[in-house]
Ligand binder design. Structure first.
Ligand code: ZN
Ligand code: ZN
Length: 105
């Protein structure tokens, strides 16, 4: 019944996807999206990228599509900035509401 599914290796990060190929270093199957190209022919998974040649690999990965982890960090930073700006604006607004005469004078 499930022999076909068992024969097709699945991406380590995306269990519902068929793996395109294996990482050249650790041999774990991944889909195209997960593997980064290093030196035009070597394909590495995100884990191996970090362990082997972080800077070099990262630039390549950026080129193919920003790694999920980087996107998450950027989103978190943006969210933090929005929250901090919101708090500061809120405090200014509160001060303005509480003590308008002092400010208006
Ligand atoms: Zn690997
Ligand atoms: Zn994947």
């Amino acid at each position: 019944m499930s022999t076909r599914a068992a024969m097709n290796p699945r991406c380590y990060n995306h269990p519902h996807r068929d793996a395109a190929r294996r990482c050249d270093r650790c041999g774990v199957p991944y889909c195209e999206e997960c593997l980064a190209t290093v030196e035009s022919q070597t394909r590495l998974c995100p884990t191996c990228c970090e362990e082997v040649a972080e800077a070099r690999c990262y630039r390549k990965a950026m080129h193919l599509g920003v790694p999920a982890r980087v996107t998450r960090v950027i989103l978190k930073t943006l969210l933090a900035v929005v929250v901090i700006v919101g708090i500061i604006l809120g405090m200014f607004y509160l001060v303005y509401l509480i003590a308008p005469p002092a400010l208006m004078r």
